[in-house]
Design a protein around this ligand. Structure first.
Ligand SMILES: *Cc1c(COP(=O)(O)O)cnc(C)c1O
Length: 393
């Protein structure tokens, strides 16, 4: 049995493609061609060259000496924060725009919450000279001024969405509506391992370069190609999926995922989907969703914009249900403390999302010989005001 996707687009009970009638053809076209494209020599050659020369891969696997000493294990940091645009998201957007071009699409749309995926999409559209429309909740447009300006500077059109709570969920609905109106020429770049099949599997494959590198980097550094633990944060799940992809069916490797506890899972202000979610449909996939008794999706909360999502990718829902992954909620205060700790001990300011992965370390009991890889999904420049504001409220 494998934890990878099955031929029907499911991970155990989760996944599938629950889309409006008018999108069936778009989704089926993509299902029919994504593997052929990704596995083609021509795609691989172009994708690999861009990952190397444009995104700056391979990203280092850094042995963190001081953290290792403090937590009593051999801790390595997978430095996705050093990629162009400051996070792992560029791996996915580069891959998907190459797929879009091979499908003959001329117009790109995307949804964005905090704006990180919007910026990564606008970046590759500038690179490939393609038209780019990004849907963003009006509330997020107001909160994330700098990312909106970046997207515009890169040549994208940013459409503020005024419906609902004016945040990510509403932006996603609007992007899907756009796709329904322009199914012929438009390709929808989804930013995480979420959405209807084949998106979760496609995004996981595009991000799998992370664990592909971890394998040879560990072989080089410790003489074996697998760690005892891999730790990553989960919003939709793409940096985690990439970090574990090549180890997913290898039980020697324990998988630990950090979800955003917010103010605490009992507080009502949280994004801890595994702790609180029940099975439902979100963004075209069956997965765990934070919802009320009537099945209405509830507005999530986290200090970290990238983890502030009321669902979770179907791959991770299945890993959690099957107990292949241990999912630990990390609260705002624990993440902020972990972010400061990494900064002071290793000279690396992590993204607030990545700080949640680091916030798992104090909750673990390692053996001295354990080899632990923590994925630092992004850099903290975008979160400076949040870090500074936290202790000065
Ligand atoms: C978007 C983002 C995340 C969360 O997305 P995943 O798909 O769960 O990886 C995590 N870290 C950073 C730095 C991000 O920008």
């Amino acid at each position: 049995m494998s934890y990878l996707v099955d031929e029907n687009g499911y991970y155990g009970d989760f996944g599938g493609a629950y889309v409006p009638e008018i999108l069936h053809k778009c989704v089926e076209d993509l299902q029919g061609c994504y593997l052929k494209i990704i596995e083609s020599e021509d795609f691989q050659k172009e994708f690999r060259a861009l990952l190397k020369d444009y995104a700056g891969r391979p990203s280092p696997l850094y042995p963190a000496a001081r953290l290792s000493e403090k937590y009593g294990a051999r801790i390595f940091l997978k430095r996705e924060d050093l990629n162009h645009t400051g996070a792992h998201k560029i791996n996915n957007t580069l891959g998907q725009i190459l797929i879009a071009r091979r499908m003959g699409k001329t117009r790109i749309i995307a949804e964005t919450g905090a704006g990180q995926h919007g910026v990564a999409t606008a970046t590759v559209c500038a690179l490939m000279d393609m038209k780019c429309v990004v849907y963003m909740g009006a509330e997020d447009v107001r909160r994330q001024h700098m990312n909106v300006e970046k997207m515009k500077m890169l040549g994208a059109e940013v459409v503020p969405v005024e419906s609902g709570n004016k945040t990510l969920k509403d932006a996603t609905n609007e992007a899907i509506r756009d796709w329904c109106r322009h199914p012929e020429d438009t390709y929808y770049i989804i930013g995480s391992t979420v959405g209807p099949h084949p998106y979760p599997d496609m995004v996981a494959r595009l991000q799998s370069v992370i664990s592909e590198e971890i394998k040879w980097q560990l072989e080089e550094k410790v003489g074996r190609d697998y760690p005892d633990y891999i730790i990553a944060c989960v919003g939709g799940g793409s940096n985690a999926a990439g970090s574990i992809y090549h180890y997913i069916d290898d039980r020697r490797v324990k998988v630990v995922l950090a979800e955003a506890g917010g103010l605490g899972i009992e507080s009502g202000k949280t994004a801890a989907t595994i702790a609180l979610g029940r099975t439902g449909i979100i963004h075209g996939a069956k997965t765990y969703v934070i919802q009320n008794e009537d099945g209405q999706i509830e507005e999530p909360y986290s200090i970290s914009a990238g983890l502030d999502y009321p669902g979770i990718g179907p791959m991770h829902a299945n890993l959690a249900k099957a107990k292949r992954a241990k999912v630990i909620p990390v609260n705002d205060d624990e993440a902020v403390a972990a972010g400061y700790e990494l900064t002071r001990m290793e000279g690396i300011i992590p993204a607030m999302e990545s700080a949640h992965a680091l916030g798992v370390l104090p909750k673990m009991h390692f053996k001295p010989e354990d080899i632990v890889v923590v994925t630092v999904s992004g850099r903290g420049d975008k979160d400076m005001e949040t870090y500074l504001g936290y202790y000065n409220r």
